[in-house]
Design a protein around this ligand. Structure first.
Ligand code: ADP
Length: 711
């Protein structure tokens, strides 16, 4: 530290004391000129932000961009600019990196100092650490980072609790104002001559106005309870006209005895410690409880015997209120978590027991009906669906119970991927029957029959992705496309849809636990918000990656990439189920007309036909049907008898009389099939008459496609 020795001992002592007070202020402090150049900073600033030893000349003339990353420097510069423009004390939340991409958060109080000509020439900034609070805000989802990935910070101007900070200020004295007409402050300081009384006087005056104008409360007192220094704000808080009037007075002359007693007792506690002490002090002022954020240190007085206490305190009442609210919210969140955990534990038994019973019953019935293939197959699907439900439910329970979710042992085995995908798709067939959505799959030939991987995890990944695509699509196509990079042994699974899509800013969030974008109670979409969390968790466990591309209103595509080495062809687990034996063959060249006015019945029938690989046109009236057959050659027609515009029998007659439909099968559908109706229909050309609704197996049967699927 510089302590000039001068003829003028009074000036020398005055300057050295001010330096001592300023340098040892217990929080980082900077003083910049009106062009953003650093003039002087205290020791704490060097140690905290620059991680280097104090060197009074190192910062002289440096700018924020010389010290910090562009992002941080820009933020500081723009706040400094604002503070200079607005005058008075301003309060900001700022962030400064302590390692690349690691930030601490600071409540910074900034106050400009003016010349006698009314120009702001100095900017004092004091930084108080609020990293803890900002991190708690982040926990609550208030976010340290906003949607543009910029730290989410507040500008706290107009905060009532800070209004006391502007209890007047001391102007830069006339002699310096005069000098500043010819030269900048930076130049004055650069050319300072430590042998010149005049130079030292200028520096002492600058330090004095810095300390007097300091935002917040600043004090220096000795261990005899005498006040050595207070700034203008503190003078006004304790109700005295001029700060200088307090210098040398006893704290007992200035403060109520009990307050002075408390402060003296507190000073004693830190007497032999070198650390900066932080306290959040509740203070009753003017009948109101206020909180002061207070930093204090003690040090040996280098010029006299005894100790000094140097402190800063800031009214933190409103900020404290904010912190309390945040704490409350966090506590109630963990309370919610606890309530949910016990709720889940309670219901887990109640749900698992009947489902296990159902599974037992299904397998018992299955064993008794194996000579009825149709019934047996349906029970098989019910069995698979119930098992899937149970495993999904177990997933939820596990996730809540373990708090961080899914734990699955790594269990790699050869998997027949095609069979696995088809078994996943089979689960959605029943629900797709009633949706205007088609599910297509592409599994190229170059994918080895068996790949090594964790079957259970991969199955869950695919089921969750298809499940979402089905849930969030009203219409259009859902594609499940697999590709395999043979050399890299990487499998890519893409599940795309034309559904509601996801906003860009939510793309990361959807993988978080319990995240559902539509949380309104009337939401059309149910869900636990766990599906994508499980997908991500499994993909991570399998050391792969998952990406989403999606646009609101346009649709989504989720791409999962996994390392899956090839296994020998002869090994592997086969997955059973009647659906699996169907190759995914598209018979797009066969065309079917469905004449049906009931939307749901029509969708179900259409989906049954489309899933068999044929293409379908729909007519909802007899008139439309007759128009369509004029221009298109159909291979099959399904005709509902109850049409809105004319009788189905009439339509059947007209169809048969049209040369385009003369020889093609026409299947008549009705809710009430009687013997007489059957005979009438057949007599005028129906190929068959069937009860509605027609199930997929029946559709397959009447279309006589079994040979195609078997082949
Ligand atoms: P859940 O589907 O149970 O709500 P997920 O974790 O699977 O939970 O998905 C989280 C959220 O992501 C969903 O609630 C939804 O808002 C959104 N989402 C997921 N997949 C899709 C998709 N294919 N299309 C549109 N939104 C989707």
């Amino acid at each position: 530290m510089l302590h000039p020795k001068m003829q003028n001992h009074r000036l020398e002592k005055h300057f050295n004391l001010l330096r001592l007070y300023f340098d040892n202020l217990p929080v980082p402090v900077s003083v910049l000129d009106d062009s953003g150049n650093y003039l002087y900073c205290n020791i704490s600033f060097y140690e905290t932000f620059l991680k280097q030893e104090y060197n009074p000349f190192f910062l002289l003339g440096k700018r924020n961009s010389d010290l910090f990353s562009t992002q941080v420097a820009n933020n500081l510069d723009s706040n400094n600019y604002l503070a200079m423009k607005l005058g008075g004390t301003q309060c900001f939340e700022e962030y400064i990196e302590f390692e690349s991409n690691e930030f601490d958060y600071w409540l910074s109080l900034k106050k400009p100092v003016f010349t006698t000509d009314g120009e702001a020439k100095l900017l004092i900034s004091a930084f108080l650490n609020i990293t803890e609070r900002k991190k708690n805000e982040n926990k609550l989802g208030l976010g340290i980072f906003d949607e543009n990935n910029q730290p989410f910070l507040n500008y706290v101007y107009g905060n009532e609790a800070l209004s006391y900070l502007d209890q007047g200020s001391r102007l830069i004295p006339k002699n310096i104002t005069k000098l500043l007409k010819k030269s900048s402050l930076l130049n004055l300081l650069k050319n300072i001559d430590f042998n010149s009384e005049n130079s030292i006087n200028i520096m002492a005056e600058l330090l004095e106005i810095t300390l007097l104008n300091f935002p917040g409360n600043v004090y220096v007192r000795d261990d005899q309870s005498n006040v050595k220094f207070i700034n203008i704000n503190l003078a006004s808080v304790i109700g005295i006209d001029s700060a200088q009037n307090a210098f040398g007075k006893s704290m007992y002359d200035l403060l109520p005895i009990d307050v002075a007693d408390t402060l003296v007792a507190e000073d004693k506690k830190i007497l032999s410690s070198k650390d900066v002490h932080f306290m959040l002090e509740p203070v009753i002022l003017h009948g109101n409880e206020q909180f002061y954020m207070s930093y204090k240190r003690s040090m040996k007085n280098p010029f006299e015997s005894g100790h000094l206490f140097i402190g800063i305190s800031v009214d933190y009442t409103l900020q404290k209120q904010l912190e309390l609210n945040i704490e409350k919210a966090i506590n109630s969140q963990s309370l919610n978590q606890k309530t949910m955990e016990s709720f889940v534990t309670n219901i887990s038994h109640d749900i698992r027991t009947p489902i296990t019973g159902m599974l037992g019953l299904i397998s018992e019935i299955k064993s008794q009906v194996d000579h009825y293939p149709d019934l047996y197959n349906k029970l098989n699907t019910l069995d698979t669906l119930t098992n899937e439900f149970l495993s999904f439910f177990n997933g939820i329970l596990q996730s809540v119970e373990n708090n961080d979710g899914v734990h699955v042992s790594e269990n790699n085995e050869p998997i027949n991927l095609e069979a696995l995908v088809k078994s996943c798709i089979a689960l959605f067939k029943p629900s797709l029957m009633y949706q205007d959505v088609y599910l297509t799959t592409l599994i190229p030939n170059n994918i080895p029959k068996y790949l090594i991987g964790n079957e259970r995890m991969i199955k869950q990944i695919i089921i969750n992705l298809i499940g979402n695509a089905v849930k969030f699509s009203e219409s259009g196509e859902i594609k499940v496309i697999l590709t395999y990079q043979t050399k890299l042994e990487k499998l890519q699974i893409v599940v795309s849809d034309h559904g509601i899509g996801i906003n860009q800013c939510d793309h990361d969030r959807i993988f978080e636990r319990f995240t559902r974008l539509d949380l309104s109670p009337n939401s059309r979409y149910s869900g636990s918000g766990l599906g994508l969390y499980i997908v991500k968790k499994y993909v991570d466990l399998l050391k792969g990656n998952v990406k989403v591309k999606s646009r609101l209103g346009k649709g989504s595509a989720f791409t999962v990439t996994l390392s899956m080495p090839k296994a020998g062809d002869s090994i592997g687990t086969e997955i059973n189920g009647n659906e699996l034996n169907q190759p995914i063959v598209l018979l797009n060249n066969l065309r079917v007309l469905v004449v049906e006015d009931n939307k749901l019945a029509c969708l179900a029938l259409k989906n049954s036909i489309v899933s068999l690989g044929l293409s379908v046109d729909v007519a909802t009236t007899g008139k439309d049907a007759l128009n369509l057959i004029r221009n298109t050659n159909y291979d099959y027609i399904f005709l509902d008898l109850g049409l809105p515009d004319q009788s189905g029998l009439d339509v059947l007659l007209k169809l048969r009389n049209n040369s385009n439909c003369k020889d093609i099968p026409i299947f008549v559908l009705s809710g009430h099939v009687t013997k007489q109706m059957y005979e009438t229909c057949c007599s005028i050309g129906a190929t068959g008459v069937y009860m509605k609704p027609m199930l997929q197996n029946q559709v397959k049967e009447v279309l006589n496609l079994n040979n195609v699927f078997k082949g």
